[in-house]
Ligand binder design. Structure first.
Ligand code: ATP
Length: 125
């Protein structure tokens, strides 16, 4: 059944989404690592005055890792609710989600090396 559009309902959804980000930061040590790396990368980007395209790519890489971590965390909560006992499918599910975080992080590191490498080289060269 479809409901009439409601601005209040949209604002509530936004509040729930912000609460989700809060939960991510509160409960996941990995998120603290992402936050530290994000701050470091943004500081470096300002320091090296990277260009507009480079900013877009760097922001995309940062966001992809945060999104992967958020989805991984959501899936972990769901898995823990479904089964607190060991289950081979819960294992597969959590491992695949963790793999997604790893893949995004590897991609972000590669992007970081490609974009910041030449700037760092020009400092030392
Ligand atoms: N109920 C379960 N059944 C089977 N395997 C599980 C179960 N719970 C956890 N595992 C295994 O333990 C691993 C770690 O799960 P856990 O829920 O502790 O994630 P985590 O260490 O908090 O991960 P992250 O660091 O990504 O937050 C999973 O990837 C999975 O291999």
């Amino acid at each position: 059944m479809s409901h009439a559009f409601s601005l209040i309902a949209r604002l509530k959804s936004f509040r729930y989404a912000l609460a989700g980000i809060g939960e991510l930061l509160k409960s996941q040590h990995n998120a603290w690592v992402h936050l530290g790396v994000t701050v470091g990368v943004v500081v470096a980007a300002f320091y090296f005055r990277i260009n507009q395209i480079e900013w877009c790519i760097v922001i995309f890489a940062i966001v992809i890792v945060w999104v992967a971590e958020a989805l991984n965390t959501a899936l972990e909560f769901l898995c823990d609710h479904v089964s607190s006992e060991f289950h081979p499918l819960i294992k597969k599910s959590k491992d695949v989600a963790a793999g997604a975080v790893l893949l995004s992080a590897i991609g972000a590191v590669v992007i970081g090396v490609i974009i910041f490498g030449p700037y760092i080289k020009s400092l030392t060269g």
